[in-house]
Design a protein around this ligand. Structure first.
Ligand SMILES: *Cc1c(COP(=O)(O)O)cnc(C)c1O
Length: 495
């Protein structure tokens, strides 16, 4: 990363009269806008836009784009986010004329190609989930959770049942309880066992006639598959509740086992994670949900259905009978859905399974290569990711998970997820994904070893030294984001 360029705001580069294009004189050049538009439509003064030349604009934004890390520029082992490489051919295909030149307000007859793609995607997601009914609408995993909980509520209402409680394990992603609260349900957390897995007796004690949904991420955010998930599902079902599988970690199990087969009634996908939608910085995303057949009538519409008319296959939009209504415009974030579709079609059924196996192999390779310096808290083997603890390093060398993560940036690696899940002290959650080579994994291990064994821990504690921003006050940076690091009072946010 280069921190000597692009340090001025584009507004500071503005020079009166500078332009990117000079238009030829228009035939109506002598007619003023005042003559053509009513006074109420005219601004009192021109908008305060920067006046810059085309090279200034291009250089400004190209340089800005190099000030951050991305999957295209760096290894990005951000646990639970599945930052796999996004193939560039998906971008090319997503721009094919039959795709970008259509509008969702066109008639179904004129959208058969796109509707066909979306239908096939629904089918593939249903197959991978082991759950037959799919809605592509939710725009992210979190919205998928909320949507599925609203579907569950509608289902219970239709049966005249008043169920309001959502249960989830302590290592759940923060969006699980947040979605439950947003759906107007109450949350109850389960502590789990000392092995980082579910405690079935605790679950048995917690479920009752109030239990609406048991939400569980499987494999969990600790990178562990719940070996007793089917038993847990039986306990919840026996009490009349539904089981929700948070599918953010499908990269570990796609093509190998299916939420519908181990007891899930509903799940969401994170297409932007598992199926290569480019993501980061909060979007864009796609969080389709898949549910059992008895929940299908409550899904948000439209879904795409396939029919035979006079011997011809026709795709058509359909709103399920007891639909909870829309949760997003049209079909959701179609741009991201398409990238997921291309990924699945490129890999095929066998390739999907291979990708999961490779992701698990890569994670275990990192886990065992680092076992002596950065041990994982739970599990002999992991799935797609593992959560290491820097607690011992903190006690012995004074280096925290945050110090290690920041120093990785100087070594040219994006940091892992830190301080999550909360059940692991000084957590570093590492997820390499299947798209990384052995050479990259080895270089990452070397960098981590160098950092942890650094002769002078002060070097690590003052990292990063090569990035445009060093160590912002985390809380203030989140609450008062400053998009320009030269703005005063920059000193006050850099510790
Ligand atoms: C990422 C993630 C979510 C939320 O998904 P978004 O698409 O970011 O809304 C939920 N649960 C888990 C386990 C996740 O990793």
């Amino acid at each position: 990363m280069n921190n000597t360029i692009a340090t001025r705001l584009i507004f500071e580069q503005s020079q009166p009269g500078r332009r990117s294009v000079s238009w030829p004189a228009a035939p109506l050049a002598d007619v003023s806008l005042q003559d053509m538009l009513p006074a109420s439509s005219l601004a009192a003064s021109p908008p305060p836009l920067p006046e810059v030349g085309e090279p200034d604009v291009v250089r400004h934004f190209v340089n800005l784009s190099t000030q951050n890390m991305s999957v295209d520029s760096h290894f990005y082992p951000l646990g639970s986010c599945t930052m796999k490489y996004n193939p560039k051919r998906h971008e090319r295909w997503a721009k094919l004329p039959g795709i970008i030149d259509v509008h969702p307000s066109q008639r179904d007859e004129d959208l058969q190609g796109l509707l066909g793609i979306l239908y096939e995607l629904q089918e593939m997601l249903a197959e991978i989930a082991g759950l037959p009914c799919v809605s592509l609408q939710p725009a992210a995993g979190a919205q998928g959770e909320l949507t599925a909980l609203l579907v569950a509520k509608a289902y219970f209402r239709s049966r005249g049942e008043e169920r309001t409680a959502v249960l989830f394990p302590a290592n759940a992603h923060g969006t699980n309880p947040a979605s439950a609260a947003a759906a107007g349900l109450t949350c109850r957390q389960l502590a789990g066992g000392p092995d980082g897995l579910l405690d079935l007796e605790e679950l048995q004690r917690a479920v009752n006639a109030q239990t609406a949904v048991f939400m569980i991420t499987n494999p969990s955010t600790l990178g562990l598959f719940e070996p007793r998930i089917a038993e847990a599902a039986r306990i919840v079902h026996a009490a009349g509740g539904l089981v929700y599988i948070d599918g953010a970690n499908m990269n570990a199990i796609m093509g190998i086992t299916r939420p519908g087969d181990f007891g899930g009634d509903m799940m969401h996908y994170n297409v932007h994670k598992t199926f290569t939608g480019p993501h980061g910085a909060g979007g864009p995303g796609a969080g389709p949900i898949a549910v059992r057949d008895f929940l299908g009538p409550f899904l948000p519409g439209p879904v795409v259905v396939r029919e035979e008319q006079n011997g011809e296959i026709v795709y058509r939009r359909h709103t399920p009978a007891s639909s909870i209504g829309r949760v997003r415009t049209f079909f959701g974030n179609v741009g991201i859905l398409l990238r997921g579709y291309f990924y699945l079609r490129t890999l095929g059924a066998r390739g999907v399974r291979d990708a999961a196996e490779q992701a698990v192999l890569n994670a275990n390779y990192l886990k065992s290569s680092l076992a002596d310096v950065l041990p994982a808290r739970y599990g002999r083997y992991c799935l797609h990711e593992f959560v290491a603890s820097a607690q011992q390093i903190l006690q012995q060398r004074g280096l925290s998970a945050m110090d290690i993560a920041k120093r990785l940036l100087d070594h040219g690696f994006h940091a892992p997820t830190v301080y999550f899940p909360l059940v692991v002290p000084e957590a570093l959650m590492i997820e390499p994904t299947e798209t990384e080579s052995l050479a990259t994994l080895d270089a990452f291990v070397d960098a981590l070893r160098k950092i942890i064994l650094e002769e002078d821990p002060a070097v690590v504690k003052s990292a990063p030294q090569t990035t445009p921003v060093c160590r912002p006050d985390e809380v203030r940076a989140a609450r008062q984001p400053m998009m320009c690091w030269t703005c005063p009072p920059a000193e006050s946010i850099v510790k």
